[in-house]
Design a protein. Structure first.
Length: 149
């Protein structure tokens, strides 16, 4: 469905305004679908992002600030997300070797197992945009990268 129909707006001040509204609307739509996808696993999209960042670290622990700098949603409260994941035993705290005052975090075996389960199902989520071709997805990526400069 076209953005004008979705938000019941016939006119836009420009194609640029329409594009911005379309990006924002689509972003929120994808976020809601992502949350629905992850809900049965007891984690939020932001927690999933933290787990993926930590898995990418391999066996290395990293600081919450480092996690925050890599997150998709920069407005997330990384400390709160980390604590919730720790309570679920998906990550653990580790004393930093270089600075004993700093506490880093690292993914647990349970966290890796959850990501393994999700990676097998992620195709279902990716299929939300299967109505575009690979070529169109590449072009979309190029355009969005260009928008961010």
């Amino acid at each position: 469905m076209k953005i004008g129909e979705e938000i019941k707006q016939d006119k836009f001040s420009s194609e640029f305004q329409k594009a911005v509204i379309n990006i924002l609307y689509t972003s929120h739509w994808l976020e809601a679908e992502n949350a629905k996808f992850l809900k049965p696993y007891g984690i939020s999209p932001q927690q999933y992002n933290v787990l993926r960042i930590l898995k990418g670290q391999g066996d290395n622990a990293i600081s919450v600030n480092n996690i925050m700098s890599r997150m998709i949603d920069k407005m997330s409260n990384a400390s709160r997300l980390v604590e919730k994941l720790r309570q679920k035993k998906l990550i653990k705290r580790v004393i930093c070797e270089k600075d004993r005052r700093q506490v880093d975090v690292k993914i647990t075996v349970a966290g890796i197992k959850l990501l393994d389960v999700l990676s097998k199902k992620i195709t279902e989520f990716d299929n939300l945009i299967s109505n575009i071709t690979k070529k169109e997805a590449e072009k979309l990526n190029d355009i969005l990268d260009k928008v961010r400069g």
